[in-house]
Design a protein around this ligand. Structure first.
Ligand SMILES: *[C@@H]1O[C@H](CO)[C@@H](O)[C@H](O)[C@H]1NC(C)=O
Ligand SMILES: *[C@@H]1O[C@H](CO)[C@@H](O)[C@H](O)[C@H]1NC(C)=O
Ligand SMILES: *[C@@H]1O[C@H](CO)[C@@H](O)[C@H](O)[C@H]1NC(C)=O
Ligand SMILES: *[C@@H]1O[C@H](CO)[C@@H](O)[C@H](O)[C@H]1NC(C)=O
Ligand SMILES: *[C@@H]1O[C@H](CO)[C@@H](O)[C@H](O)[C@H]1NC(C)=O
Ligand SMILES: *[C@@H]1O[C@H](CO)[C@@H](O)[C@H](O)[C@H]1NC(C)=O
Ligand SMILES: *[C@@H]1O[C@H](CO)[C@@H](O)[C@H](O)[C@H]1NC(C)=O
Length: 382
């Protein structure tokens, strides 16, 4: 989360630096219009250039397919001065700083209901499109790849449906993709992980398969898969994220099987959360190699075996949660990490000397059937 907002804000700062520059110019013009005639001239070039005219056509077409706008975001979307529209941000065109172009659209929290029309393809200077918390529905327009500069696409918390929107894979400058809280379904395409993306948020949809085993190296540093219905095992190909991945969130994704030792190859990981799944088997010892790990959550699974001391001594580990599993031994300092400054939660396991554990009956039912991770079947994913 911290990452996404910092990435978003870096781009926004750049945009806003330019914006505040143009806002200053506008304010100056506003103050001086009656006495400084030449400023009038530059203002009229600001409202009539062909790129802004294209944007005008796009925004008017968009307004036509908006059928509910309870906070009146688009009620001032009238006339050719698109840079004055609520939620529309202009910057000077890099090749000709005398003209303005539409570089950002931010309609976050608008509760706007409607569609995204094909004419959005006319917004060819757009770098940022933020539509978080609206009621846009349907599918994404196939003209989207015309937005060759688009680097941030946030469609989170809307009502988009259908399979993964392949069209986003054709956006050449995309770095930040946020599709969370929609109703997309079906598999995630392998190409998603081969694109040059920094952040991928697909949580809270209805996606049904995680990472294809044949992907190349991903460049994402944050990947949030949580709250989907992937099922099956976490594939060993997760190792292909090793060079960049810092946060991996797989909460409540219906994962089963054992965690693959390849999780321990993700040497940059700071956050690993696989809680609320159906994982079985032991904690892979390879996790002891994740020197940057700060947050580790195995809670609410069916994992067994020892809590390895190699994990407990990780230097940056601030919070280690493994409650609601079937662990039966905490090695060495794992039994009390408080002195080391690590918050830990070992409730509801099968730890003989600890309070708040499962009953012997519950423990025996699971521990009498040990899991062999090498023989465990994971559906189609392996
Ligand atoms: C939006 O505009 C309509 C009509 O002008 C007005 O009745 C309504 O109160 C406005 N809503 C808000 C949230 O400003
Ligand atoms: C755009 O907004 C500015 C500042 O509110 C205002 O001075 C200007 O008249 C507006 N331009 C048009 C064409 O509406
Ligand atoms: C801007 O100028 C560069 C180099 O002069 C050119 O390659 C590029 O196509 C221009 N971009 C646009 C959008 O006109
Ligand atoms: C793509 O953008 C160009 C301007 O860069 C515009 O002329 C063209 O109509 C756009 N195409 C679509 C399909 O929107
Ligand atoms: C979870 O995944 C399994 C396949 O591993 C599937 O059979 C099951 O239906 C899924 N659970 C839910 C609640 O959909
Ligand atoms: C530790 O992590 C758990 C699981 O994510 C969380 O519920 C808890 O609030 C965290 N504790 C602290 C002190 O950060
Ligand atoms: C863990 O150690 C701390 C001091 O480091 C102590 O206060 C605490 O009671 C211990 N907890 C348990 C469960 O032994």
């Amino acid at each position: 989360m911290a990452f996404s907002s910092s990435l978003a804000s870096t781009a926004l700062v750049l945009l806003l630096l330019n914006l505040s520059f143009s806002i200053d110019k506008l304010a100056a013009k506003h103050g001086y219009t009656s006495t400084h005639h030449h400023r009038h001239h530059s203002r009229s070039s600001l409202v009539t250039n062909p790129r802004l005219h294209q944007a005008y056509l796009a925004l008017q077409a968009w307004k036509h397919v908006i059928y509910s706008d309870p906070y009146n975001f688009t009620s001032n979307w009238v006339g050719p001065s698109v840079c004055n529209y609520t939620g529309v941000y202009c910057t000077p065109f890099p090749n000709n700083t005398k003209i303005q172009v539409v570089a950002g659209i931010d309609l976050n929290h608008g509760a706007i209901a409607g569609f995204l029309p094909n004419e959005l393809g006319l917004l060819s200077d757009l770098a940022i499109l933020h539509l978080n918390s609206n009621r846009f529905c349907g599918v994404l327009p196939l003209t989207l790849p015309n937005l060759t500069l688009l680097s941030e696409l946030d469609l989170s918390n809307n009502r988009f449906v259908g399979p993964f929107p392949y069209v986003v894979l054709s956006l050449p400058s995309l770095q930040y993709l946020d599709l969370r809280y929609n109703e997309f379904e079906g598999p995630l395409p392998p190409q998603l992980f081969n694109k040059n993306l920094d952040a991928i948020f697909v949580n809270n949809n209805r996606f049904t398969s995680i990472i294809p085993s044949n992907l190349g190296t991903s460049t994402a540093s944050v990947v949030v898969f949580a709250n989907n219905n992937f099922g099956g095992c976490l594939p060993p190909s997760i190792a292909n994220f090793a060079n960049t991945l810092e946060e991996l969130l797989l909460i409540n994704t219906n994962l089963s099987g054992c965690l693959p030792p390849e999780v321990g190859y993700l040497y940059k990981l700071r956050v690993l959360d696989v809680s609320s799944n159906k994982l079985v088997g032991p904690i892979p010892y390879s996790i002891a190699g994740l020197a940057h790990l700060e947050q580790l959550n195995f809670g609410h699974n069916m994992m067994t075996g020892n809590v390895p001391v190699g994990v407990c001594v990780l230097p940056n580990l601030a919070n280690f949660t493994y409650s609601y599993n079937f662990f039966c031994e905490e090695e060495g300092i794992c039994s009390n990490l408080t002195a080391k400054g690590t918050v830990f939660d070992d409730r509801r396991n099968c730890l003989p000397e600890k309070p708040l554990q499962r009953s012997k009956k519950e423990c025996d039912a699971v521990l009498d059937h040990p899991v062999n991770c090498f023989e465990h079947h994971c559906g189609d994913l392996y």
